[in-house]
Design a protein. Structure first.
Length: 68
C-alpha cells in the first residue's frame, strides 16, 4: 500500500508550559509521546498507531466519500 511508504512515527516534544492536546483522528485517544502520521486524501492525519489508520481507512474514508 502506498500509504505505508509515506507513514511515519513522529515524536511529540511539547514545552513544559504548553497545554496542547493531540487526539488520534480515529479513536480520539490523547497521544502523549508518539504520533503515527500519514497523508490521506491530501491531508495529514494523526493516529495513535497503524491500527487506527487501518480502521480510519476502512470505516471513515468510505463514509466521507459517500457524503461528497
Amino acid at each position: 500500500m502506498a500509504a505505508e511508504q509515506t507513514a511515519e512515527w513522529a515524536t511529540i516534544r511539547p514545552q513544559i508550559w504548553e497545554t496542547v492536546v493531540t487526539p488520534c483522528d480515529c479513536c480520539g485517544q490523547v497521544v502523549a509521546k508518539r504520533l503515527w502520521k500519514v497523508e490521506i486524501g491530501g491531508q495529514e492525519r494523526r493516529f495513535c498507531g497503524p491500527e487506527c489508520e487501518k480502521l480510519y481507512r476502512a470505516y471513515v474514508v468510505p463514509k466521507l466519500e459517500r457524503t461528497q
